[in-house]
Design a binder for this molecule. Sequence first.
Ligand SMILES: O=C(O)CCC(=O)c1ccccc1C(=O)O
Ligand SMILES: [Mg+2]
Length: 358
Amino acid sequence: MMDRLRIDRFRIRPYDLPLRRDWRSARGGFERRRGWLVCAATDGAIGFGDCAPIPAAGTEAPESAESALLNACARAPGRSVGEMLGMLDNGYAPTPAARFALECALLDLLSQAEGVPLRRLLAHDASDTVPVNGILGALATLTAADLDQAAEAGFRVVKLKVGVEDPPSEIGRMLALAPFVPADMRLRLDANGAWGYDEACRILDQLAGLPIESLEEPLRIPDPTRLHALQERAGFPLARDESLAGLTADADLGGLGVKRIVIKPAVVGGLRSALDLSRRAATAGIEVVVTGVVESAAGLWPTAQLAASTGSALPHGLATADWLAEDLGVAPCLTGAHLSLSDRPGSGFTPHPDPNPE
Ligand SMILES: O=C(O)CCC(=O)c1ccccc1C(=O)O
Ligand SMILES: [Mg+2]
């Protein structure tokens, strides 16, 4: 099928979507998300992908992504899906967000042609629902009412950005909020590399006993020996996320120093690389969480399909659609703390009509 399916045209459409409220993290924030909707057309079908680079999370810069996309568009006409997928394996490693978007468009087409949801192309035993965490933003803006609302909505794990204010202020806020965390809820913290090692040790000691589910990227310098020491000290998994950027396919995952990895397909260069990494992690006894980069529905759909194919039952970081005030299409349906994926062939994404057709 891969070699019979010919691409007539590949094109990209820039987008610029406002957020409902500013995103804040220790690596900076944003108030809009800009990227490109990637469209690959065959005779009779269209496949979609989303390229929304975010260098702070480990992707290339937007300019590099755009030239990689344009380059692929120029080479696509007349080539088969198989040839294009092969092309992405050569020379696209420095532009993982572009590679992810191009691959999504191709795999969307391929799964439509096979008549299966994209997740089944990735793994025969993929699940139909994806558990997700709530995403509440920076600790500094969090209230007890937000926690109640998240619990009401069905979330059992909610993610908070920490490392945005100085540690004493954040420790104070955490201790003050702790009594208001609903009994069956746990907090997933993400420091985005904010802390020095000694600082991180003090923070973990002071937060001991709080209902913390995990902590992403505690250290400014993600030295595996120090991460391992910190992991021994923590009563919950530490996770590496943006510090995995550039990880090679033969890297020893047991040597990362942490019990969990966060896999962003736009950082690791696509769905197949992400799935491969998740399988290697599982073999090494390392937990896997898949997350997006606050992208459009065109990126959330295939990323949710990927999460469903990994077999990881941990909540994934894919409940971000609500952060966008506008979107390119309808996002995967959130029911309680699960995304429900349709049985429709392909990624599941269909775009709203183009507001500015050529
Ligand atoms: O994990 C989630 O729930 C949402 C994804 C997220 O937090 C994120 C989104 C964009 C860039 C970086 C990150 C991150 O995990 O650090
Ligand atoms: Mg993170």
